[in-house]
Design a protein around this ligand. Sequence first.
Ligand SMILES: [Cu+2]
Length: 437
Amino acid sequence: MKTSWARGLRAGFAAGVAALGVLVAGQGLTAKAAAAPRVWYVSVGAESAHSAIEAMGFYPGVITIDAGDSVVWTLHSMEPHTVTFLGGVRLTPKLLSDFAPAGGGTYTGTGLHSSGMLAGPHRTYRLTFPKPGFYPYLCLMHGTAMSGLVIVNPAGTPYPMTQAQYHRLASQEEEAALAAGQAAASGAVLSTSPGPNGSTIYHVLAGIDSGPTVMTRLEPTQVGSTAGGQATLTQEGPGVIAVTVTVWGLKPGSVLSDGIGIGTCSEPGPGVDRLNPLKADARGLATATTLITGNPQLLAIPSAGWTVDVGPSGSAGNGTAAVACGAVSAPAATGMRFYPWTVTIHVGDQVQWLEASSMEIHTVTFLAKGQKAPQFGSPASVRPAGGPVYNGSGYFNSGVMTPGQTYTLTFTKPGVYAYHCLVHDDMGMIGRVIVLP
Ligand SMILES: [Cu+2]
């Protein structure tokens, strides 16, 4: 503090600082006090009580700062995440399992910069952005579905929002995500199907995701424009997104281009994908659906950072000449429970668990009497064990279940049997099978 104070004096700031009556931190105490770099705050993840629902996003999802400013990300969940800027490094399935920190504390858009795995209360990651640009980022643990965007304007550009406004926006985005996860969890009903020899198969979900569809309103972007509409983005399956754009208020017969871009409607950035053109009918209404396909492990609707832009023919994707535009904000969340958490069956019936979250791995694990749960990651935790028939004792493990995978057990002995997800039992992911005679 002494050094900065002296530097301040040298810079001729004695009067100003004295008038403020406080010591000003050294960094940014330059000839132009108004341009002092700022620090902005973004939350990583969010969760409901007892970690039952985990929100998969950064809040706010998009933040606009000035060159020289820094962003501090703070973890707000039991679930670990990363903050990762690819910096031109190709995203591969292998990189999605690399949770080591990378890069320095300054990011100019090149080179992998990653927090590494943030785990534990209020862990933070800080980056400074000296260069204007659009900087998307993601969580390597949860893939492109968990995305954010930092927009950096030249130094001195007026900020579109204050930190207090970003906090309010962040709360709204978190609530929307948790509500979407809660809706999915509440909607999960136990289904059954006929099994062999008159038995019944009970279908239990390991984890659950918020719905696959995101609706985005398209608002007119030009003065006097009457165009408005709606974009519906649906994750049809791994690596497939369907985008349906409907616009009204157009000149009958006119043809418009549309596309997906990075940025916001007021700050459009680079284009991501072109969408099928829109042709207005006699009522001035146009609609078109486009399937976007990509690597099943890499392409997902991002929780933030995309816009859908509609513009004159040939213009779409970068938003600069947009007629209508909407920012895609996907309220993504995942349920960290078994659905239902308890299931009552009869001797001879089967329970089939389905890994129903696209963003998580889980296990279904029955411990032997007196056995301590193996630490997740140990050989015993990740390897399947026990076979297909459970008679009430011994160690039974599904091994690591990846999205879409199932695990089936036939129960032959009456009793009450508790089981765990070895990855998430500390978050309360435990279940129970009651077997009646
Ligand atoms: Cu994550």
